[in-house]
Ligand binder design. Structure first.
Ligand SMILES: NC(=O)c1ccc[n+]([C@@H]2O[C@H](COP(=O)([O-])OP(=O)(O)OC[C@H]3O[C@@H](n4cnc5c(N)ncnc54)[C@H](OP(=O)(O)O)[C@@H]3O)[C@@H](O)[C@H]2O)c1
Length: 309
């Protein structure tokens, strides 16, 4: 009887194992980072994860990921490194410093920055990379629902020559990659899309409340919008969640508020006012103060209720 000998995964200088599986480090295994890591594992990548709260990263060990104690430990010998953390400060903390991933990444490695951090932080992170590693700006559109089966929309920008290299990574976690020309355009377009999302959600919240105070059935509103040119599938789905008070997070309000604030900051830089976004952020802060920070963005309907008379 011949004994089956498993190949010993030895590292070769390119960041691949002897089995040819490219190594990917994922920093941040929250609501988005964990399904992204799972998509990469399903696609056959050799995945190492790191999370500030280690327990969350360890949940992925049973699914085939290695768990590193530090960002540098995750980055060692990685061909690709993905950051999927809350904001620019969190990404800078994980990449910089003595245990930071940048201390361990090789010069051929590609840092794929997928967190939504806005334009100012994207510039700072690019400065932090300082040409020591390749940098691709690649925030995603889509929440944990589409992240799980690998159906995100990747908004990518970076050197054209890197596109073929990172394509297998993006194909594993997204249904589509939209490549944009200038480095940073991924983050610019992410702000544009999420500003639109914010206006749609607030518009739905206020319209659901108006329907109710006029003594009409919000179900009639949603049924009339569904499939009509006036409707948007996203807004109607959020409207249904508002009517049913189902605030289980898809897209948590604190992230949606962060993104609206980032859009305001970007517009302000160019002297553009966004009065709708500015106004809705005040309402969203009320919903956050009311305990809805971690709830779905649909919970902003709570701030659109009529004031008591
Ligand atoms: N959720 C969505 O629907 C969605 C959709 C598209 C894009 N995004 C964007 O994707 C990014 C991640 O979102 P998420 O939903 O995965 O968030 P999340 O579930 O709240 O996870 C946040 C992650 O960031 C880490 N973190 C926060 N502050 C840190 C710090 N100072 N140092 C190190 N790590 C820190 C957290 O670590 P701990 O576990 O230790 O707290 C966790 O790993 C955000 O930029 C968000 O805007 C989210």
């Amino acid at each position: 009887m011949t004994e089956r000998v498993e190949p010993i995964p030895t590292t070769v200088p390119t960041g691949r194992t002897m089995t040819g599986r490219p190594r990917v480090a994922v920093l941040g295994t929250g609501a988005m980072g964990a399904p992204i890591a799972r998509s990469l594992l399903r696609a056959g990548f050799d995945v190492t994860v790191w999370n500030r709260t280690r327990r969350k990263a360890e949940a992925l060990a049973g699914q085939g990921a290695r768990v590193a104690a530090t960002p540098a430990g995750a980055a060692a010998e990685a061909e690709f490194l993905i950051t999927m953390l809350t904001d620019g400060d969190a990404v800078a903390a994980a990449m910089g410093g003595v245990d930071g991933a940048l201390t361990a990444l090789g010069p051929d490695a590609v840092w794929i920055q997928m967190s939504t951090v806005g334009l100012h932080a994207t510039r700072s992170l690019l400065e932090l990379a300082d040409g020591r590693v390749e940098f691709v700006d690649a925030p995603v559109s889509g929440s944990s629902g589409p992240a799980e089966p690998g159906e995100l929309l990747v908004l990518a920008s970076g050197q054209r020559a890197l596109r073929p290299r990172v394509r297998p990574v993006f194909d594993a976690l997204g249904r589509r990659t939209l490549w944009l020309d200038r480095l940073g355009d991924g983050s610019r377009f992410k702000l544009v899309l999420n500003n639109w999302l914010a206006v749609l959600v607030e518009g739905m919240a206020e319209t659901v409340s108006l329907t109710s105070v006029l003594g009409l059935d919000p179900g009639l509103l949603l049924a009339t919008l569904t499939g009509s040119p006036l409707g948007s599938a996203y807004a109607t789905a959020k409207g249904r969640a508002m009517v049913e008070h189902d605030f289980a997070p898809g897209f948590p309000l604190h992230h949606a508020g962060k993104d609206a604030a980032l859009a305001l900051a970007a517009a302000d830089h160019w002297g553009l006012e966004l009065p709708l976004t500015e106004a809705l952020l005040k309402r969203w802060d009320e919903a956050i103060a009311g305990g809805h920070a971690a709830d779905d963005v649909a919970s902003v309907v709570t701030a659109a209720a009529p004031a008591p008379r």
